[in-house]
Design a protein. Structure first.
Length: 199
């Protein structure tokens, strides 16, 4: 079965659409890291699952970088001189089908890096070279005013959690389940949200 076009997405085929993206684009280089895009997202989801996180957090971690695949601006590279806002692109694709806890984590995972850099003095030293480069493009650590505003996020704890899982998913050779392992979970989260939202 061919993947549905973005304009024809429904709660019944969004998971197939996402699976198709992973299959076609997942082997692409991940921002100068020692893993592919798919390996990075699958590692984060696997770690979340191993650590007993709720399904919404596992799903958010799995999909946090989906905007790299769906953004008309293309994926990040170490030669970039401006940000491409993949988090916005990803949130746009997911917002009709996933609850706000998922879409908030996707939309805010870039801001979360800036937030943690401003609030945790040890965090910057743990970032990879590629993550430091993208941080510069994304505005650097937050100011005190930005921190205060960001802390008003209703899903702040979950957003920060997904950011840490994002950072952990960059290990060359880590064995993880494939995307198909998460498809039933994705569908459950979609069905619960779309049912509660009346469609």
């Amino acid at each position: 079965m061919s993947a549905p076009a973005r304009d024809n997405l429904t709660s019944k085929n969004i998971v197939a659409f996402l699976a198709d993206i992973f299959e076609r684009r997942g082997g692409e280089e991940y921002l100068g890291e020692p893993v592919t895009m798919a390996e990075h997202m699958l590692q984060g989801a696997h770690l979340a699952e191993q650590q007993g996180e709720a399904e919404a957090i596992i799903v958010a971690t799995l999909l946090h970088d989906i905007g790299h695949f769906t953004s008309e601006f293309g994926t990040f590279s170490m030669n970039d001189t401006k940000d491409k806002y993949h988090e916005v692109a990803g949130g746009r694709v997911l917002e009709r089908f996933f609850p706000s806890i998922v879409t908030d984590c996707v939309r805010q995972h870039v801001a979360a890096k800036r937030y943690i850099c401003a609030t945790d003095p040890d965090y910057f030293g743990q970032l990879s070279e590629a993550s430091i480069h993208s941080l510069k493009l994304q505005g650097g650590p937050m100011s005190a005013a930005e921190v205060a505003e960001f802390e008003k996020q209703p899903n702040l704890r979950e957003i920060v959690r997904v950011r840490h899982l994002d950072d952990a998913g960059k290990v060359a050779g880590m064995a993880t389940p494939g995307f198909e392992h998460y498809m039933p979970m994705l569908q459950r989260v979609v069905d619960a949200h779309c049912g509660a939202a009346g469609g």
